[in-house]
Design a protein around this ligand. Sequence first.
Ligand code: TMP
Length: 230
Amino acid sequence: MNTDWRSDDGLLSAQSGAHPGRFITLEGGEGAGKTTQLRRLVAWLQEQGVDPLVTREPGGTAAAERMRGLLLDSANVGLSIDAELLLVFAARADHLARCIEPALAAGRWVVCDRFTDATYAYQGGGRGLERSRIEVLERFVQRGLQPDLTLLLDLPVAQGLARARQRSSPDRFEAEDLAFFERVRTAYREIAERSADRVCLIRADQTEEAVAAEVKACVARRLLAGVLSR
Ligand code: TMP
């Protein structure tokens, strides 16, 4: 087993929630390299003997993937912000009940591409929705469940958009303007400051290797040692 993550910095105790599994989320603006880093993280966890459930939001169940289709479809011009918020949380409710919670209850690790921080960043920051409206739905749908660790890949907006827009025709979010994504980034960075015990902010304007090394270091320091020492 690879033990090069061991450290003696005093942060080695697992920070589990009420469930026996571990819940890791990946966040970041468009083009921050989440997909690549998620793939690398999962491969590395498997090397450590952890076989995580890998999933995403919006989505993760058949019904939630259909809601994702509605949210991302650029034909839905002018979808009301409230409808957008409710769709995000409707998808999350199904995803939690039928995928994430059963896996965590069974002691499984879950690695999820985006979660509720994205709602605070996109609907809160980007769209300007009041925080309190998101908080109400968060409490209702999650009943206290929070990720054990969130990896936030942070990249200057122009750089991320240039990468994302090379890939395919823009979806309903990708078609937003620079100012929208600046607000998204600011909101994400505020979350990282406010929730420093849960969120690791990682600079994504480094090589893929360097970002992957930071991701591993965060997971090892915050979660892995506690699991292996049980
Ligand atoms: P993706 O690009 O990571 O696949 O995510 C799909 C889009 O959905 C992305 O532009 C961000 C957006 N989104 C929200 O607006 N609110 C949310 O709560 C989530 C999870 C995603």
